[in-house]
Design a protein around this ligand. Structure first.
Ligand code: ATP
Length: 357
């Protein structure tokens, strides 16, 4: 296992990039600790796979270095990096049995047969295929083949890192949940450094200790799932994380007050010297609803019942605005006002979070 350092790493697929927009990965510097579980999260095309492929050696970066521990691996081929990879689609040897597929990376390393058998047995239990070890891979469903790919990716204990690129895409939804918790259990047991690319926030937030959120080639924030939820550094993180995401309202800042279309909202403190136009961000679960009284006017459009809570979709002075109300909590009749706990309001200038004085 190894600590992974990205040192001023950037990549453009163009031979002669002209501007920042030409970079699929904009300069990123960070360190991922040995044994950490990380998720790279962002929408399609934001550069997640590019970053993962630089770490695995499939892409040579235009600039910067990748270190495993103290060792600079930037120019090493994939085969020399001692990593395991699991891709979006299954990579299995059709003519081999499930057992031989799982054992392949261990046989390659020349491990004793008894150790191989023990390890293959443990991994087969994890992926729920212990009864199918003698079946040939050919003829298995895509779902089963992908489970074999996952198992093969995790079978070795001595890799520097395991890299996953959207590994659960082809997996049946019921099995997804199961495999996610199995991955987590495996991480706890063996402490591999794991990097997991996904565009699915549930996958990222349940799998990782730390989530790296990317947008348009840039790492916009890296932190624990809770910190991304509580203190998004950028409006994109606020909006992208959470179901539904953070409400954003344009406002005029005046000391410790934000004016939303001229109506005052009290903030946790003064933001001087920041003045002028900002956005305030409020999580849908941080909203108090009332009928009449103080607060911003809320116009309810519809209520969606999603089980553990209801989502009230509507607008605040013309801007889309969602409120969540937990199951068992009454929605006030005729609710048309929203108020907020000042401590839970984020203030964003040019999309980046600012803190009060
Ligand atoms: P997805 O989830 O769709 O795979 P992603 O977040 O992993 O998206 P990348 O695949 O890293 O994003 O792509 C980032 C950008 O780089 C995109 O604009 C993509 O079109 C571009 N890109 C990716 N691979 C290449 C390539 N081999 N040649 C040229 N451009 C590429």
């Amino acid at each position: 296992m190894a600590r992974i350092t990205l040192d001023n790493l950037a990549h453009s697929y163009l031979a002669h990039p002209q501007s920042e927009a030409d970079f699929a990965l904009k300069p990123a510097t960070m360190t991922w600790r040995d044994g950490g579980a990380y998720a790279l999260l962002g929408s399609s095309g934001c550069g997640k796979t590019t970053l993962l492929n630089i770490i695995s050696g499939l892409v040579r970066p235009s600039q910067g270095r990748v270190l495993f521990g103290e060792r600079d691996v930037t120019t090493l081929p994939t085969a020399a990096r001692n990593i395991a990879q699991v891709f979006q689609f299954p990579v299995v040897y059709d003519t081999m049995s499930v057992r031989d597929n799982l054992a392949f990376p261990l046989k390659n390393r020349g491990l004793p047969a008894a150790q191989i058998a023990e390890r293959v047995g443990a991994i087969a239990r994890m992926i729920g295929m212990e009864g199918e070890l003698d079946r040939r891979a050919r003829g298995l469903t895509a779902d089963a083949k992908q489970k074999i790919s996952l198992g093969r990716g995790m079978v070795r204990k001595d890799v520097n890192a395991i890299l996953f690129d959207e590994p659960l895409t082809v997996i049946d939804p019921h099995m997804k949940w199961e495999l996610r918790s199995q991955l987590k259990a495996l991480h706890r047991e063996f402490g591999h450094t794991m990097i997991y690319v996904t565009h699915d926030q549930t996958e990222a937030l349940t799998f990782a200790d730390e989530v790296v959120v990317m947008s348009e080639g840039r790492v916009v924030q890296s932190g624990t799932p809770q910190s991304l939820f509580d203190r998004p550094a950028h409006t994109f993180v606020g909006y992208f994380i959470g179901t539904p995401g953070m409400n954003l309202l344009p406002a005029q800042l005046d000391g410790a007050t934000a004016l939303v279309e001229g109506q005052p909202v009290t903030l946790a403190g003064a933001y001087a010297p920041v003045t002028g136009r900002v956005q305030i961000g409020i999580r849908p679960d941080a909203v108090r609803l009332s009928a009449g009284g103080a607060g911003l006017p809320f116009q309810l459009a519809r209520v969606e019942d999603v089980g553990r809570h209801r989502i009230l979709r509507g607008t605040v002075v013309g801007h889309p605005f969602n409120v969540t109300v937990p199951e068992g909590v009454a929605i006030p009749a005729g609710a048309d006002r929203v108020t907020f706990d000042p401590a839970r309001i984020g203030v964003f200038v040019d999309d980046w979070r600012v803190e009060p004085l």
